[in-house]
Write a protein that binds this ligand. Structure first.
Ligand code: 13P
Length: 253
C-alpha cells in the first residue's frame, strides 16, 4: 500500500468567518497537482459546515479541532461527535497539546474521544508529544509511548487503518523552536515501534505519522526528507495562504 502524504493546518482560535473563507479560497486556488498528497484544514468549529461545502471537490479535507466524547447531554459549551460528523467533516484532531495542557485533558479523556470518533465515523488525528521538562529529564520516549498506549486503549487493528498520529513536542509549538529533523525522525521511529508492538509491523509501517511544531516554508524540505515523517500538522504558518501553499508544495516546484 502506498504511504499517505498528509499536509494539515490547525487554525486554532484564529480567523473571523470572512478571513476563514478567504484563507480556504486562497488554498483552493493554489492547490498543487499534489500527486496524491492530502491536504486537511482544521478551522474553528463554528465555520465547519460552510467550509466543508466550500472545500467540496477541491481536494481539501476538513476536520474539527476537538470534540466531546458523549453523543448528547447536559454538557454546556461542548460539541458532540454526532454534531461534528453532521457538519460533514472527515477528521477529528484529538489530544492536541493545548487540550492536554491548557484544558487539562487526561489520557483517559483522550482515549474516550478517539473511540467516540470511530463510533461516529470520524477519522482521528491523535496528537502526542512531550513537555520541555520531560525531554530534559531524558525520557521523552516514555512519555510518548505512554500517551500512545493509553490513548489507543481498546482501539482495534481495523480502526488503526483510519488513524493518523501527529507528534508535536510541546516545546516546539508556537515557539519558533522546530525539533531538528533528527529528533522528529527518531521519535517517529519510536512511535512506529510502539505501534508495531501494540498492533503489527504492517500497521506500524502504513500508519501516517505527522510532525508538528514551528513548521515553516524554510524548514519543511529538511523535515519532509526524513523517512519516518509522512507529513505535517502546521499551526501559525497555516494561517497565511502563501506560507501554507509553500509548505504543501514542498519538492513539487
Ligand atoms: P505552530 O506551527 O504554530 O508551532 O503550531 C503547531 C501546532 O500546534 C499544530 O497543531
Amino acid at each position: 500500500m502506498a504511504k499517505r502524504e498528509i499536509f494539515s493546518g490547525n487554525w486554532k482560535m484564529y480567523k473571523t468567518y470572512d478571513e476563514a473563507v478567504e484563507l480556504v479560497n486562497g488554498i483552493k486556488d493554489g492547490m498543487p497537482d499534489t500527486g496524491g498528497r492530502e491536504v486537511i484544514v482544521f478551522p474553528p468549529a463554528v465555520y465547519l459546515r460552510d467550509l466543508v461545502k466550500l472545500c467540496k471537490g477541491s481536494g481539501i479535507e476538513v476536520g474539527i479541532q476537538n470534540m466531546y466524547f458523549e453523543k448528547e447531554g447536559a454538557f454546556t459549551g461542548e460539541i458532540s461527535p454526532l454534531m461534528a460528523k453532521d457538519t460533514g467533516v472527515r477528521y477529528a484532531l484529538i489530544g492536541h497539546s493545548e487540550r492536554r495542557h491548557v484544558f487539562r485533558e487526561t489520557d483517559g479523556d483522550i482515549n474516550k474521544k478517539v473511540k467516540a470518533a470511530f463510533e461516529f465515523g470520524l477519522e482521528p488525528v491523535l496528537c502526542v508529544g512531550e513537555l520541555l521538562e520531560e525531554r530534559e529529564a531524558g525520557n521523552p520516549e516514555d512519555v510518548v509511548n505512554r500517551q500512545l498506549e493509553l490513548g489507543l486503549k481498546d482501539v482495534s487493528s481495523e480502526q488503526m487503518s483510519n488513524m493518523i498520529i501527529a507528534y508535536e513536542p510541546v516545546w516546539a509549538i508556537g515557539t519558533g523552536k522546530v525539533a531538528t529533523p533528527e529528533i522528529a525522525d527518531t521519535m517517529h521511529k519510536t512511535i512506529r515501534r510502539k505501534i508495531g508492538s501494540l498492533y503489527s509491523s504492517e500497521t506500524a509501517e502504513i500508519l501516517p505519522v505527522l510532525y508538528g511544531g514551528s513548521v515553516k516554508p524554510e524548514n519543511i524540505a529538511d523535515l519532509y526528507s526524513r523517512d519516518n515523517i509522512d507529513g505535517v500538522l502546521v499551526g501559525g504558518a497555516s494561517l497565511k495562504i502563501n506560507s501554507f501553499l509553500d509548505i504543501i508544495h514542498v519538492n513539487i516546484n
